[in-house]
Design a protein around this ligand. Structure first.
Ligand SMILES: Cc1cc2nc3c(=O)[nH]c(=O)nc-3n(C[C@H](O)[C@H](O)[C@H](O)COP(=O)(O)OP(=O)(O)OC[C@H]3O[C@@H](n4cnc5c(N)ncnc54)[C@H](O)[C@@H]3O)c2cc1C
Length: 384
């Protein structure tokens, strides 16, 4: 599809190379199979992780320890192209790089970094991020999972819910209350007392593994705690990294829906002409494209701010809220253009549409980001 506003002209040579590399990886390795993965409720993480690692996509915006060390816009472009394949694929890469590797990279000891980051960057070790609990989602500060000191050790008890990659992970970064506030712990998933059953019956993000985590007297050495951070700012800083990827990823999912709808509208004939020749269809397509291009501009601008070291959490909330809403609206409109075919996995649209329902909720719900913007505009907090 034509890039009408020439937005990708803003990308430099390296960023375009990353775009083209990830786009062809998705075309070859993901698009031929992802409808089946979605239908079967599977994601071949062990197979794909080393390939994603060899492309430098795992922890790609981190420096050192085997990570590619790209700029933020490159990371965004990669997320856009991955999510044009499927939000589950982008979620895997976001969780690995931004939610599991980032806290180790940013707050970990040298030993923790050298133990985990090179293997995670190569895709040999898979990570997950445990913040949400069954009774504490939007309000993680109220979490109940507790790590108590026992001599030199820590003993972890509690549970987490909705954890991407949970049952396939080698390592979980778990956030828990302690006598000293919220701390982050590196928990190898073979530690006795740890279990991670998969959550089934999902109708969204089906090509992604989602699990509960249970900690039953999980004994950890003193070296398991992330030394560099205390309090909720630890997990929130990781979420800021991952949300930045979602801002771009949503553009990819939306683009896939627009492309599918345009192609369908050009070839599906009713009343003797292509449905794309009807003005009602053209109006839908025109507004879908406006939404897509505006979301793309937002992503580019926030990428430039992040590369300048100037991106603020409330700007990330703006982007997550605006771009995921735009992508979901575009997916729903595309679904209607495809008529009955819009509800099958023969086309990517309903898969993206269902996935985006999760993207709207995770990493801060639409409502919570609305409250962040409301507070930014009024100076008044409306969370409680
Ligand atoms: C597929 C999937 C993967 C996920 N992966 C992870 C992961 O890897 N790690 C992880 O830690 N978590 C993960 N999550 C959890 C996700 O971040 C939470 O679902 C999300 O934060 C919302 O929490 P909740 O589901 O408990 O909803 P709740 O917090 O119970 O919210 C329910 C509704 O109430 C609204 N609401 C809540 N508080 C307010 C308020 N103050 N004002 C107005 N409205 C409010 C919400 O916006 C929402 O509409 C995942 C979720 C999904 C669906």
């Amino acid at each position: 599809m034509d890039d009408l506003l020439r937005l990708d002209d803003r990308l430099d040579g390296d960023q375009r190379l990353i775009r083209d590399t990830v786009r062809s990886f998705v075309a070859d390795r993901v698009l031929p199979h992802v409808g089946d993965w979605f239908e079967e409720g599977t994601f071949p993480a062990r197979e794909l992780a080393p390939e994603l690692g060899s492309l430098g996509l795992l922890g790609m915006h981190l420096e050192g320890h085997g990570c590619a060390g790209t700029d933020a816009t490159s990371y965004g472009v990669a997320c856009r192209e991955l999510e044009a394949g499927d939000s589950g694929l982008r979620s895997f890469v976001s969780v690995q790089g931004s939610l599991a590797m980032f806290p180790i990279w940013r707050y970990g000891s040298e030993e923790q970094k050298s133990e985990w980051l090179p293997r995670m960057a190569r895709g040999e070790a898979i990570g997950c991020f445990g913040l949400t609990e069954p009774d504490h989602g939007s309000d993680p500060a109220s979490m109940r999972t507790y790590a108590k000191r026992d001599g030199a050790d820590w003993v972890l008890n509690g549970s987490k819910m909705w954890i991407t990659n949970g049952s396939i992970a080698d390592v979980a970064v778990v956030w828990a209350q302690t006598d000293d506030g919220i701390r982050g712990f590196i928990v190898p998933t073979d530690t006795p007392g740890f279990s991670a059953p998969e959550i089934r019956k999902k109708l969204s993000l089906r090509a992604s593994v989602t699990s509960s985590l249970y900690f039953d007297d999980v004994r950890l050495p003193s070296s398991a705690v992330l030394p560099g951070v205390r309090g909720l700012k630890g997990p929130l800083s990781c979420l800021s990294e991952a949300r930045f990827g979602i801002i771009w990823g949503a553009v990819g999912a939306a683009r896939a829906c627009v492309e599918s709808a345009v192609e369908y509208a050009q070839t599906r004939v009713q009343f003797g002409k292509p449905i794309g020749a009807f003005q009602l269809t053209q109006e839908k397509l025109a507004w879908m494209y406006v939404g897509l291009a505006q979301a793309g501009l937002t992503a580019l601008h926030l990428g430039a701010l992040k590369d300048a070291g100037a991106l603020e959490p409330r700007q990330i909330s703006f982007g997550k809220m605006a771009n995921v809403r735009a992508a979901l609206d575009i997916a729903r409109e595309a679904r209607s253009i495809l008529g009955g075919n819009g509800i099958t996995l023969e086309y990517p649209v309903i898969r993206h549409m269902n996935n985006l329902e999760s993207v709207l909720t995770y990493e801060g719900t639409q409502e919570i980001h609305t409250l962040v913007l409301g507070e930014a505009l009024t100076g008044l907090s409306a969370y409680r």
